[in-house]
Design a binder for this molecule. Structure first.
Ligand SMILES: NC(=O)c1ccc[n+]([C@@H]2O[C@H](COP(=O)([O-])OP(=O)(O)OC[C@H]3O[C@@H](n4cnc5c(N)ncnc54)[C@H](O)[C@@H]3O)[C@@H](O)[C@H]2O)c1
Length: 250
């Protein structure tokens, strides 16, 4: 799978899945990878590793995806540095445990703003550049939670991730004729700091829910992203790829 010369923005690439996506896209020949995250230290670590181990150039842009001005500035910096943007991986997200009884409008809004509004703002900012070049690949990192009705404590999270799928479908229908394909990935439980934060018992339960008896690795998820943005994927549009080792099977 080849993405030679392509320029990708990966949001939330300071950690976990996003960091692995940056690395895998770099290994597959991307010319430039923009690491857009609020965590500057983690983002710099991703860039150092990327540039040491792959031919890709990295660009760190401190970005809160829920802030329209910051998102627009991040895309402008991308184009100023690399002249184009071909791929957007919408990965930045938060997943706090907020049980129904503790859900407040404030906590609801915060989760929706980052996970769903952030996806809208990032798509909106890159689309003029992709339309101009008549090429684009958008990948929304949703969640199995969008399909399970979520697990305990993930009220707003499940809603935000289901919203991402609907947004992805809108863009898939609207822009395919302009060479822009939009798809989603719904990860099951992947071994990252997000799932670490749920504790050892929860991680064990997540692992047991998978047919392989283990969590996925960030690279296993990143390889699925690579397929969707590579030259091997030209007729997949509006789809959701479930990367969960069968954990949704009943
Ligand atoms: N790990 C899993 O099991 C799993 C399962 C389903 C979906 N996901 C989704 O995958 C994505 C990546 O999660 P992860 O597991 O790698 O977690 P992670 O915590 O390791 O990474 C999330 C990244 O997003 C960044 N981020 C958070 N808020 C941000 C904001 N406002 N603006 C910019 N960056 C922000 C964080 O700084 C961090 O670098 C998330 O959207 C998550 O919901 C993860």
């Amino acid at each position: 799978m080849d993405i030679s010369g392509k320029v990708a923005i990966v949001t939330g690439a300071a950690s976990g899945i996003g960091r692995a996506v940056a690395q895998v896209l770099g290994e597959a020949g991307a010319a430039g990878i923009v690491i857009a995250d609020i965590d500057l230290a983690g983002a710099n670590e991703t860039r150092e590793r990327l540039e040491a181990e792959t031919p890709a150039q990295g660009l760190v842009v401190e970005t809160n995806v829920a802030d329209e001005d910051q998102v627009n500035a991040m895309v402008e910096k991308t184009v100023a540095r690399f002249s184009r943007v071909d791929i957007l991986v919408i990965n930045a997200g938060i997943c706090p445990m907020v049980p129904w009884d503790d859900t407040t409008l404030e906590s609801w809004n915060r989760i929706l703003e980052i996970n769903l509004t952030g996806a809208y703002l990032c798509s909106k900012a890159v689309l003029p550049h992709m339309r101009h070049n008549k090429f684009g690949r958008l990948v929304f990192i949703s969640s199995a939670g969008a399909f399970m009705g979520s697990v305990t404590g993930h009220v707003a999270y499940g809603a935000s991730k289901a919203g991402m799928i609907a947004l992805m479908k809108v863009l898939a229908k609207e822009f395919a004729v302009e060479g822009i394909l939009a798809n989603a990935i719904a990860p099951g439980s992947i071994d990252t700091p997000i799932t670490d934060s749920f504790g050892v018992d929860a991680k064990r339960r997540f692992a047991e829910a998978s047919s392989l008896g283990r969590q996925g690795t960030p690279r296993e998820l990143a390889d699925a992203v690579l397929f969707l943005v590579s030259d091997r994927s030209t007729y997949v549009n509006g789809a959701t790829l479930h990367v969960n080792a069968g954990s949704l099977l009943v």
